[in-house]
Design a protein. Structure first.
Length: 113
């Protein structure tokens, strides 16, 4: 699984460009949040696809908010990278990008819980 993390142009955002994971469960997203909090970032945001139900559950339990749905964005991504599969996890068609955000001062590990 490859997950793109896009960086907004604002000073309080930690510069994370991409995280690539070769198999499920091979990383712990709490590590990313702790690292961002350690450099004093105000928020952490990421983009994933609509088929990624397992991680969406995790992110929402963890305090991330869904802040944008980019309808049919994966079709545009496939124009640049044709190897993106049509079907994702659990046979769900991969079509949309979902943008999530965590305000680091109020949620996640070591904060807000």
């Amino acid at each position: 699984m490859t997950v793109d993390r896009r960086v907004a142009a604002e000073p309080a955002v930690a510069p994370v460009t991409a995280v690539s994971v070769s198999r499920r469960g091979a990383h712990d997203p709490t590590t990313l949040v702790r690292a961002a909090r350690g450099v004093g970032s105000g928020r952490l945001w990421l983009v994933t696809t609509n088929d990624n139900v397992r991680d969406l559950r995790f992110y929402q339990r963890y305090g991330f908010d869904l802040v944008a749905v980019h309808r049919d964005a994966v079709a545009r991504s496939r124009a640049l990278k044709p190897t993106i599969p049509r079907l994702g996890m659990d046979g769900i068609p991969i079509r949309h990008e979902l943008e999530l955000e965590l305000r680091l001062s109020s949620g996640g590990p070591d904060g807000g819980r």
